[in-house]
Write a protein that binds this ligand. Sequence first.
Ligand code: B12
Length: 385
Amino acid sequence: DVCEVPEVDSKLVERLGQRLLPWMDWLSLEHLNPSIYVGLRLSSLQAGAREAFYLHILKLNYQQRLLGLAVDDDSSNNQAKPSMGQLALYLLALRANWSNHKGHPRTSYYQYGLGILALCVHQKRLHDSVVGKLLYAVEHDQHLQQDHLSVDTVAMAGLAFTCLEQSNLNPNQIHRITQAISTVRQKILKAQTSKGHFGNVYSTPLALQLLMNSSMPGEKLGRACLKARAALLASMQDGAFKNVLIISQLLPVLNGKSYVDLISPDCKAPRVLLQPAVETPSQTQELISVMLKVPHALQPYRHRISVPAGASLEDVLKKAQELTGFTYETQNSLSGPYLTSVMGKEAGKRKFWQLLQAPDTPLLEGIADYTPKDGQTIELRLVSW
Ligand code: B12
């Protein structure tokens, strides 16, 4: 039984691709996003000459940061942290902490898996015990239980293992690796919702990258994948995919590809040239009202905020900061602006400011993408992860 994701309407795919286009022109440190480049290259779409230029700028920036040359201009504020430097340190850390079996890696298992995958597609051999740590985590899955994140995390681990299996980089561990891939598949299948998503709508692209083109005895896999594809299609039509990072994880799936295909990328595959979308600005003057509350802050906060219909949660926070005593701070990330501090309280280590729709439903999107509905109550809550 094979996991297949049959082609979807090319117009729908193109619309997703068009959302990435403006980003190819934003070349500031803050906006550069390697995921976008990877997503496009593995898709059926291309951005023409802008792609090569984007890669060039990516390389320049990352090499500079790798070498630790501070970019000497005023725009390089603290936000533009040397994230490739972090990655380099991270790679060193991968080697440095390999004897530590238990305990969390320095970042998260998601990034640990991503790190192994990135090295693997470059055909760099890692010490067995570096791989062993991820194997151990999948074998004893309490380590991966960051509830809503487990599908993303497990899928990323599975992609790393699939690459290692195909490249045979750690032959001594091949049996454990093969077994772990099958464990990951089971976990993802078990996480399928009644609608068909694996985990939630936004973990489904990575989950499908892993499952796609794999096979399993029985008949479960093929059916599960067709159902997931249908769920994805419905979500695409609903306009659920706004976030460029998620789009960049989805486009490869719609082209039958996964990150593992980067082992030997198919540079000659024809890709359709994207044209910018024609925006029709919405004309609504309608106002909606959203209740914003932070019950557990030093000074509990609760106010009704008015914004135009279609405004993002970030617009609500801005308005609240302008007009009421609300304060917040964000930090840019590849997924967009991440809420770091609320009412003067920094999230701090292993904690984060969770976004919820009252009473208790965590939002599936960040502040820039989520658009509250009229009459809704949004709560910000400091929780551990
Ligand atoms: Co999260 N998260 N997350 N997350 N997270 C994911 C990005 C994803 C895709 C998971 C999912 O639902 N399938 C969704 C986003 C969907 C979308 O964009 N449409 C998601 C969501 C919804 C959230 C929350 C909004 C949930 C909520 O509160 N209701 C909050 C963020 C709230 C806020 O702004 N304060 C949230 C929180 C977290 C925690 C548990 C804190 C950890 C991050 C802590 C840490 O690792 N130090 C977390 C993780 C690990 C992830 C995960 C699994 C990996 C991110 C990563 O490491 N990327 C992704 C899965 C995925 O991407 N498919 C989900 C790799 C590195 C190289 O990229 O940009 O440097 P990076 O990574 C940073 C950002 O991704 C940031 O933390 C990372 C580490 O610093 N971050 C952000 C993590 N989650 C989110 C979510 C948003 C919206 C933003 C802007 C930033």
